[in-house]
Unconditional design. Sequence first.
Lengths: 192, 531
Amino acid sequence: MNKNIILAGVGGQGILTLAAVIDHAAMQSGLQIKQAEVHGMSQRGGAVQSHLRISDQNIYSDLIPLGKADLIVSLEPLEALRYLPYLSENGVIITATEPVKNIPDYPEEADILNKIKSSGHKYLLVDAGKIARLAGNPKTENVVMVGVLSDFVGIEKAQFEKSLKEMFSAKGEKIVALNLKAFNLGYEHAQQ
Amino acid sequence: MNKELVLGAEAIAVAAIDEGISGVYAYPGTPSTEITEYIQKSPDARKNNVHSTWSTNEKTAYEAALGMSYAGKRSLVCMKHVGLNVAADAFINSAITGVNGGLVVVVADDPSMHSSQNEQDTRFYGKFAYLPLFEPSNQQGTYDCVRFAFNFSEQVKLPVLLRITTRLSHSRAAVERKAQTSQNMLNPETDKKKWILLPAIARQRYAGLLNKQDDLVAFSEKSPYNFVVNGKGKKGIIAFGIAYNYVMEIIQEFALEIPVLKISQYPLPKQLIKTFHDQYDTILVAEEGYPVYEELLRGYFDNQKISGRLDGTLPRTGELSPDIIAKALGVKIPQKQQEAEVPGRPPRLCDGCSHRDLFEALNAALSENESKHVFSDIGCYTLGALPPYNAINTCVDMGASVTMAKGAADAGLRPAVAVIGDSTFTHSGITGLLDAVNDHSPVTIIISDNDTTAMTGGQDSAGTGKFFKICNGIGVEEEHIRSIVPLKKNLEENVRILKEEFAYNGVSVILANRECVQTAARKKRKSKNNE
């Protein structure tokens, strides 16, 4: 078992929480993890990414080699395109479709989606914002994406739910229920 | 299972707590900040009364850590690479005094300059000070190294350096903790000859430090952190620190069977290196940072066996990666032809940030001036260099805005304006302001005070609530310490005040105070969660 995942987004979107849930679930499943993230200056509204590697064997590099990622999971469509050179030949792109337009030269949304569709990779476009609002809070977008990707990483769905419960328990039952709902709606979306 | 998923930086913190430190001293700086933050939040550290509040700068941090060591207890001091420049006076001299309680100096380098002004390599400082240095490559190794380093420091009676880089500092993996050691008892140093660096004593101490060097090399020869991974063929790799990860990744991926000598403890184990070197026809030297040891091994007469950053086999600058190592070893990872023409998304000032309103006012106040030179400094407000503001002309080192404005004013530049953050001002700006006061230099120093050390994630700032008193106390006239609140609705008034002080032929300070929007939002969330 060996999964290389690039998590992408814009600073402030909650990539580190997204990564933390996968980390927790992988660790509880007895797997090895390495997860490199971005702190400091780039976090201020810039492009951020995290290299997440899960394996049942020793992992040496904190960085995924080019062409070796199994998955790109992005919270923003333009950011999904940024890391394409990392994707392996059979790699999959999963991206939320709502754009974050904080740069003057942001391309046409249709062009971005076309580039994803014509990349030759399997892809999954997710209106995570809509699903998050359906779950009850637009801020659960990242947890919706955990639900979407959970089926692709080789960790049991029940383990993800357990991890979410543990991680959010300090914030009270309501928050746990909200996140579980967001997760499950994401999961169901991926099943369709 | 006593495993914790932690950042490399946090692995240092966990190890230091487990090894019985009595205090950590630090000024925030990417990529070192998370070490101290972890200790501040640790219940274990709180229970054991471990000191962990922030220091005003790296020099005060270093000296406090040295004082704790003098008192017989173990201390940790952490900083980013350029922070060691600030602490260098204390650092170099502490190699001459030596230590009493164990002292571990963590320096986090930032190759590729993700959040820095240069990519200097702390291993140079290790050589410079004649001190032992550890350079672990993974999170568990970091934990083990730190625990080892405290004991080693007490054994050799020297401060011990631990060098990490951004990638290790900011990458998570599981770390297994081992049994905790209790803190040292208070046991202050009684040997005055050790600590009073009068020339006659310093000469003896320095000779003693040089005499220890052979022993330090002998320790490196036997170190568990320096070892050979066997292989076949005529080519060998010497991999230093985190470069080992990338080398092993590619060797494993492509089943290359190239022998590797891993180095994580310095000074270099000379015999181990020589034996390895003599066995192979060519040696790739993979170092994260400057080609410090490639240069040494290559030598003045250019040893042709050696390849690395100096002959173009590896890039001369920047962080290494598995891809760079793969290329150097002549292997290619199959890839789809990908076109990735994606517009950049650089960092930016947050929406609603007080610096935005300040730069808007500053640009308006300077709009009629022919000469528009704004000396600035290191912090979020350095982003004022980018559009739409393009508001600053310099960013060199902590505190330089104040002193460069003073020097430019001495040269005749009018107006000479500086923009400095609150935390940077207390770090290194106060002494420069005193220079300006003593010379009656015509400068306008704007302290953009957002009540926090924002760039590194919102740590406490040493001068919060004290800026008027500090400036007035060192001699800035009360009527030329002006307070403004950088908000859109105050734009007109703020522009007027700035213009008035630009026109003043002496030292003015503008206190531009409004809380960081990130800190404010965090506080709000916290109070909501506590309801």
